[in-house]
Design a binder for this molecule. Structure first.
Ligand code: NAD
Ligand code: DAU
Length: 349
C-alpha cells in the first residue's frame, strides 16, 4: 500500500502519521505538507528515519505538482488532513482558506480521479473534516451525521465546501471516499494559536489568558490520539461512501475549562492554588462566535467499536506534562511570525 497523508507535519496529521508508521510497517507512508506556519517537522523527529516513511514538501493548491506526484508514486489511498485550520485566521484572511481547503481538496480529488482512471479496486480517498460544518447548537441536542450543514465562519464554510466536493466526486465519478467530522482536538504538538495550548503558554509565562466574550461558549474536547485511533478505524473498517462523527462526549464551557487548566498548571508549576486564575482576562468576542458544538459519535462507537481511551482529566494532564517537558518546541513555534500574529489578534500585551 502506498499511502499519501496530507498535512502530516501539523497537529493531528503528525499523530496520524506516527500511528500509521508504527502500526503498519508494510505500508509506504508519504507525508505531503507545504510546511506553512502550522507545519513543523520537529513533530515527527522520532519517525523520520523509519524505512516506511517519506516526507514530501509540496502544496496541494498546485494541481500540476500533484499530477506529477501521483504519476511518480502510484498512491493507493489518501488520508487528507492538509488545511488552514484556525477560525480567527479565517476571519482575518479568508482567501487562504478557500485556496487550500476548497481548491486544494478539489485538486487532490482530480489527481486521484486521473491517476486511478476508473479502476478503483483497492483505492480510497479519506477526507478528515470538522464538526463546525454543522453550525452552532443551542443548549440541547447533538450533531449527528444527518444534521444539515450550516457553516458560519469562513473556515467552516471552506471545510463544508470541501465535504460537498468529496461527496460529489463519489456520486458522480464513483470515487471511493470516506469522511469523518470531528470535534475539538487537544494534546501534544497543538499550535499555540488554539485555546488550550495558547492558555498553557500564557499561564507558563505569567501573561494574560484571553477568554472571548463571557467564556460561555461550549466545545466538545477529544484527545488527539483518540482522533488518530478513530481515523485508523474508519480508514480500515469504515464503509465506503459513509460519514462518521467523532467526538469526546466531553463538553466544556470555555471559562470552566480554562479555570481547570489554571489549577492543573498551578499544581505542575508549584504555584499557590488559584494563582494562575488571576491571569484570566475577558477580551472582545470572536465575530460570529458559534455558541456550542457537541457530537453524537454513536455510529462510530456501535459500528466500529471505537471509544475515547482517556478521560479529559488524564488527557489534560498528559498535555500539560508534554508542554512543560517540551519548552524548546514551544519557544521555537512562538518566536518570529507568531509574535506578529499575537499582536494583531490580541493587541500588544
Ligand atoms: P494544523 O493547522 O495543525 O495542520 C495543518 C497542516 O496542513 C500543516 O502541517 C500545514 O503545513 C499543512 N498545510 C496547510 N496548507 C497546505 C497546503 N496548501 N498544502 C499542503 N499542506 C498544507 O491543523 P490540524 O488542527 O492538525 O487539523 C488537521 C485537519 O483536521 C484539518 O483538515 C482540520 O480541518 C481537521 N480538524 C481539526 C480539528 C482540530 O480540533 N484541530 C478538529 C476536527 C477536524
Ligand atoms: O470543532 C472542531 C474545530 O475546533 C476544528 O475544526 C478547528 O480546526 C479547531 O481550530 C477548533 O476550532 P475552535 O474555534 O473551536 O477552536 P479554538 O481553540 O480556536 O477555540 C476554542 C474556543 O475558545 C472557542 O469558543 C473560542 C475560544 N477562544 C479561543 C481562543 C484562541 C478564546 O476564548 N480565547 C482564545 O484566545
Amino acid at each position: 500500500m502506498n499511502l499519501l497523508i496530507t498535512g502530516g507535519a501539523g497537529f493531528i496529521g503528525s499523530h496520524v502519521v506516527r500511528l500509521f508508521v508504527e502500526s503498519y510497517p508494510t505500508y509506504n507512508i508519504f507525508n505531503l505538507d507545504a510546511l506553512t506556519y502550522a507545519g513543523n517537522l520537529q513533530n515527527l523527529r522520532d519517525v523520520e528515519s523509519r524505512p516506511n516513511y517519506t516526507f514530501l514538501k509540496g502544496d496541494i493548491t498546485d494541481a500540476s505538482f500533484l499530477e506529477q506526484l501521483f504519476a511518480e508514486h502510484r498512491f493507493d489511498a489518501v488520508v487528507h488532513l492538509a488545511a488552514e485550520s484556525h477560525v480567527d485566521r479565517s476571519i482575518a484572511g479568508p482567501m487562504a482558506f478557500v485556496q487550500t481547503n476548497v481548491m486544494g481538496t478539489v485538486n487532490l480529488l482530480e489527481a486521484c480521479r486521473r491517476a486511478w482512471a476508473g479502476d478503483y479496486a483497492g483505492k480510497l480517498f479519506y477526507h478528515v473534516s470538522t464538526d463546525e460544518v454543522y453550525g452552532s447548537l443551542g443548549e440541547n441536542g447533538l450533531f449527528t451525521e444527518q444534521t444539515p450543514y450550516d457553516p458560519r465562519s469562513p473556515y467552516s464554510a471552506s471545510k463544508a465546501a470541501s465535504d460537498h466536493f468529496i461527496r460529489a466526486w463519489h456520486h458522480t465519478y464513483g470515487l471511493p471516499v470516506k469522511l469523518s467530522n470531528c470535534s475539538n482536538n487537544y494534546g501534544p504538538n497543538h499550535f499555540p494559536e488554539k485555546l488550550i495550548p495558547l492558555a498553557i503558554h500564557n499561564i507558563k509565562e505569567g501573561r494574560p489568558v484571553p477568554v472571548y466574550g463571557k467564556g460561555e461558549n461550549v466545545r466538545d474536547w477529544l484527545y488527539v490520539l483518540d482522533h488518530a485511533r478513530a481515523i485508523d478505524a474508519i480508514f480500515h473498517r469504515g464503509k465506503v461512501g459513509e460519514t462518521y462523527n467523532v467526538g469526546g462526549v466531553n463538553e466544556w464551557r470555555n471559562l470552566d475549562l480554562i479555570e481547570l487548566l489554571c489549577d492543573v498548571m498551578d499544581e505542575n508549576l508549584g504555584r499557590e492554588p488559584g494563582e494562575s486564575r488571576k491571569l484570566i482576562t475577558f477580551v472582545k468576542d470572536r465575530a460570529g462566535h458559534d455558541a456550542r458544538y457537541a457530537i453524537d459519535s454513536s455510529k462510530l462507537m456501535k459500528e466500529l467499536g471505537w471509544k475515547p481511551s482517556v478521560t479529559f482529566e488524564q488527557g489534560l494532564k498528559k498535555t500539560v506534562d508534554w508542554y512543560l517537558a517540551n519548552g524548546a518546541w514551544l519557544e521555537e513555534v512562538t518566536s518570529g511570525h507568531y509574535q506578529q500574529y499575537y499582536a494583531r489578534q490580541y493587541g500588544e500585551r
